[in-house]
Structure formats: C-alpha cells, structure tokens
Design a protein around this ligand. Structure first.
Ligand code: PGA
Length: 258
C-alpha cells in the first residue's frame, strides 16, 4: 500500500557492526548510492533525506566515494566520545567525525546502553559536545519489554526519564528539528521482526514533541513493507533502520515506498 506524504522524511541507516570488511562496505555504499540516484531520476524519493551510518572504520573511504559520486546521501556515525581529543584509548571525538564528512551522529542506542554500559550521564556529555561542534544528534530512547508489558503509559514514563537525564542542561525546547532527532526504538522491537504499532509510535511521538523541538523517528524492525505505515503520519518524521539497511535492494525499496 502507498501513502501520500507531504513533508520531507528522514531515513537513517544504522549499519551497526556490519558489513564484515571494507570492500563489502564500499560495495554496499555504491549499490545504495546508485539505487537512490535512480529513484531520484524517477522522482520517487524527492521527499526523503537519507543518512548512512557505517562503522567508524569505513567512514573515510565511504566519504571519499560519496564526494566523488556526488551522491545525495548524507553520512553519520554510530557513536561519539564526550572529549575532543586526548588520552582516551579507542575513542573518536565529534570534530574528527566532522572532518571526515559526518553530519549526524547516533547517541544512546540501546545496544550501547546494554553492551557498553553507557549511562544517561555519559550520553548527556556526548550530546552536549556533539551539538556544540555542529553535529546533528540522533538520540535513541526506548523501553524494555518488562516496562512495555505494563502498558503504554509505563513506556511513556520510562522515556520521559531517559529524555530528562539525556538532555539535562540542554535547551531541548528550543533546539529545533535541524539539530536534534529523537529515535524511539522500543528495545523489544529491535531486530526481532516484532515492530511496534504505528498508533503507539505516534502516541510516543506526540508525547515527546509536546515538550521537545525535534524530529521524531520510529525504529525497530522497520522494512520496505511496513515503513509507509509509520511515515504516513505527520508526527513521524522518518525511521531508523538496522537490519533492512544492510541489503541494498531492500533498503532502496524501503526508500521507494515512502
Ligand atoms: P532493526 O534495528 O531495524 O534491525 O530492528 C534498528 C536499530 O537498532 O536501530
């Protein structure tokens, strides 16, 4: 089913720890860039802004190819550190990312919170530095299944707590949709094929937008078949896509179906 969308939508591809090597990453990038170029020529994706977030290690070559091909895609990173530079083994600062051509950065993904034990205080520092350096922040929030089982109002309370802590000291009401993107990703919906209902996602979107000036993305098992169900609503500005962004054909169909 196709829906009419009036506003420009934002689709962010989170490649996570994929693909397995530089060559495969360049191939995926090339296929996606060509596919999206083709959609544009057919005037099928004029309303979509596409951001690709590969692993750090692939970013530089992808950025070079992106410039050479003059693609309409934008680049982002999956994480950032809260210090610009110094004795912080393995970390990457926002200015380093900007220098490579990244415009966006994902912060606070539930996998970072879970596997790297990132706290809201750490996420807050990352957001402050990244915004200060002019990166656009995609802040991920979302409740675990144990919370959702108690109902949507319990989910709302959980998200409110995350947002309050993650955005402490940041004038989120005034930040604006260009700088801040909030991705609502219920943890139980990520990578499971068990996507949230559009109605619940919209309820969360309204709740967040009532106090924060931002763009709202839904994330969690979004694919080419279900994307339109979300982005048809004016409250939903787009989607954060994991698994479905790793297959060029599927990802291009997803963009084409908006
Ligand atoms: P998924 O991942 O699309 O594979 O569910 C989304 C995400 O974690 O950003």
């Amino acid at each position: 089913m196709r829906y009419t969308v009036s506003m420009r939508k934002l689709i962010v591809a989170n490649w996570k720890e994929n693909p397995g090597n530089q060559r495969a990453a360049q191939k995926l990038f090339g296929e996606v860039a060509r596919g999206i170029g083709k959609l544009r020529r057919q005037s099928r994706n004029r309303n979509v802004e596409v951001v690709l977030c590969p692993p750090f290690i692939y970013l530089e070559e992808i950025a070079a190819k992106h410039r050479a091909l003059r693609t309409k895609l934008q680049l982002g990173a999956q994480d950032v550190f809260w210090e610009e530079q110094g004795a912080f083994t393995s970390e990457v600062g926002p200015k380093m990312l900007k220098a490579l051509g990244a415009k966006f950065v994902i912060v606070g993904h539930s996998e970072r919170r879970k596997y790297a034990k990132e706290t809201d205080a750490m996420i807050n520092k990352k957001i402050k530095l990244a915004l200060g350096d002019g990166l656009r922040v995609i802040l991920c929030v979302g409740e675990p299944l144990s919370v959702r089982k108690k109902g949507i109002s319990a989910a709302r309370a959980f998200i409110k707590k995350q947002l309050t802590a993650d955005l402490r000291g940041i004038q989120a009401r005034n930040l604006g949709a260009r700088k801040l993107v909030i991705a609502y990703e219920p943890i139980w919906a990520i990578g499971t094929g068990n996507n949230d209902t559009p109605e619940d996602a919209i309820e969360i979107a309204r709740f967040i937008k009532a106090s924060i000036s931002c763009r709202f993305l839904y994330g969690g098992s979004v694919n080419s078949k279900n994307v339109a169900q979300y982005v048809q609503y004016k409250e939903v500005d787009g989607a954060l896509v994991g698994g479905a962004s790793l297959r060029a054909g599927e990802f291009i169909s997803l963009i084409g179906n908006i």
